[in-house]
Write a protein that binds this ligand. Structure first.
Ligand code: CFM
Length: 540
């Protein structure tokens, strides 16, 4: 590796004005494991500094686009100016597969109240009401979700009152989200707002009972590039009943039925840990952190589920599936590793993938030299053990913390004390997430809310074989001669989850890091010894 990470950190922050440099120094840390297993503290989930060019999104993006958007039959109406809808329309590759052609699928639609100056001055509630009525008349959905954009909060439209009224009038579920873009420091605020409303207005409304023995929910998996399809297939082959997914390839009825499951699996901790905790408190459903990104991680996660249910038949089925899948994975891994071993990668994504995807790189012998989240919290970096010490700042105070009590009729602790004791196995890690840093090698850079300047300097210093980020960074990085893999949308690829997805990912990374085209790239000014004469400009 090029240089000592501490030295690089010093260089990165030196260019900033003093106050900003001090702040960035707390948001950039070098990984090291203390004798007690502790990792360094990082500053996270704080406001981005003006001018650094953050890659973050807004609360509305996190609520509407991330959490509710992938659910195919909740009809989403955006209350706001048309741009908020248009620029959030089909920008995330969450796929869905309705059971038949006659089942509802609203994902491709873009519904907005098209707020204009008229509503900003005189209020938009009437227009919202009319929009809900019109949408109902056209689509007859089971549920309508209303999303607030920034001006709604500023002018004070009561989206919740309008939704309550329309719920009564139409006789379907109508609920709203106060997810104005400015509600928090990033899209993470929108996740929390969406979690709260799903918990209040959806979960627990469908009492359909299932006879199946192993009933689970998959929380925090959004079916980007078809990931959920792969995971669903694994569950089916293992005989595990998936009640609902929040929210990849999901529908309203299954989400309303989620409280009938016996275990919650948490894939993306950042976006959905709130629902997991609240369901445990209200219904007694324990949650386990799992990860289906990476073949090793997938096998481990399936075994965790089998351990939880502690059933010989399930354990056998899980082992059969792993044994069927691993030979193909091993062949691909060996082949790709022979060309990728020792190459380096950098991962700067969202609030969970910068951790999960490290597994895939390690499986083909690549080293992650720097990683970070755009909007992760300290627990996503350092583990949930830091939660009791986190101070709630003014920005987070904005978001309601629901007070949740056990449901009088439906609380059913799935684990007896005797069974709990048997789960002393730390591998099961109930209600826990260890975070990104303990899984990284020492001396690596971990950077929260990476700035544009830092992106360019890191590439110049490390010259990684690949940089993983999103569309906002992609072409800047590639113009520097480094391939950029989008880990939000997967570019046009995927699925990358499960065993099948791992093989797809190995092959994709092999293709990208070993493609000769990158070494042939030159900027226009590098192609000539002296720049060519500018073409004469024709006179009018
Ligand atoms: Fe969770 Fe996500 Fe992510 Fe996320 Fe996202 Fe995403 Fe992401 Mo883009 S829910 S935190 S808000 S895993 S859209 S599917 S890829 S930033 S790392």
């Amino acid at each position: 590796m090029a240089r000592d990470a501490h030295e690089i950190k010093t260089e990165l922050v030196a260019i900033y004005p003093k106050k900003l440099g001090k702040k960035r120094a707390e948001q950039i840390v070098v990984t090291e494991l203390g004798p007690d297993g502790s990792v360094p503290e990082i500053k996270a989930n704080v406001r981005s500094s003006p001018g650094i060019i953050t890659q973050r999104g807004c609360a509305y993006a996190g609520c509407k686009g991330v959490m509710i958007g992938p659910s195919r039959d909740i009809l989403s109406i955006v209350h706001g100016p048309i741009g908020c809808s248009f620029y959030a329309w089909l920008t995330r590759r969450n796929q869905t597969r309705p059971p038949s052609d006659s089942d509802a699928n609203f994902i491709t639609y873009c519904l907005s109240t098209d707020m204009t100056e008229q509503e900003i001055v005189f209020g938009g509630e009437k227009k919202l009401k009319a929009a809900i009525q019109e949408a109902y008349d056209v689509f007859h959905p089971k549920a309508i979700a209303v999303f607030s954009t920034c001006p709604v909060g500023l002018i004070g439209d009561d989206v919740h009152a309008v939704s309550r009224q329309m719920k009564e009038e139409l006789g379907i579920n109508v609920f709203a989200f106060s997810c104005e873009g400015y509600r928090g420091v990033s899209q993470s605020a929108g996740h929390h707002i969406a979690n709260n409303q799903l918990f209040k207005h959806v979960i627990g409304l469908n009492e359909l009972a299932h006879e199946d023995k192993f009933k689970i929910n998959l929380l925090g998996e959004y079916n980007i590039g078809g990931d959920s399809f792969v995971i669903e297939d694994l569950f089916r082959r293992c005989g595990i009943k998936l009640i609902s997914t929040f929210s990849g390839n999901s529908d309203y009825d299954s989400m309303a039925n989620a409280h009938t499951a016996d275990l919650n699996l948490v894939m993306c901790h950042r976006s959905i840990n709130y629902v997991a905790d609240m369901m445990e408190k209200k219904f007694g459903i324990p949650w386990l952190k799992i990860n289906f990104i990476g073949a090793g991680a997938t096998a481990k996660s399936l075994r965790k589920i089998a351990d939880y249910f502690d059933d010989a038949e399930l354990k056998e089925k899980v082992e059969t599936v792993i044994a069927e899948e691993m030979p193909k994975v091993d062949v691909a891994q060996r082949d790709v590793k022979s060309r990728c071993l020792g190459k380096t990668a950098m991962l700067f994504v969202g609030g969970s993938r910068a951790h999960h995807y490290q597994v895939l790189f390690n499986e083909i012998g690549m080293e992650v030299v720097a990683a970070g989240y755009e909007f992760g919290h300290r627990d996503d970096y350092e583990g949930r053990k830091v939660l009791p010490n986190l101070k709630v700042d003014a920005d987070s105070k904005n978001i309601e913390e629901l007070e949740v009590k056990p449901d009088e009729q439906r609380y059913n602790p799935r684990l007896s004390d005797e069974r709990k004791a048997r789960f002393a196995d730390p591998q099961l890690e109930f209600q826990d997430y260890v975070g990104m840093m303990p899984d990284m090698e020492e001396g690596r850079l971990v950077i929260d809310d990476l700035s544009h300047y830092e992106t360019e300097r890191l590439i110049e210093i490390y010259k990684p074989a690949i940089f993983c980020a999103g569309i906002k960074e992609k072409f800047t990085v590639q113009k520097m001669g480094i391939p950029c893999k989008q880990l939000h949308s997967y570019d046009y690829g995927g699925p990358y989850a499960g065993f099948e997805g791992a093989v797809n990912f190995y092959r994709e990374i092999d293709r990208m890091v070993n493609m000769k085209v990158w070494s042939m790239l030159k900027a226009p000014w590098q192609m000539f010894e002296s720049p060519p004469e500018p073409a004469p400009v024709a006179a009018d």
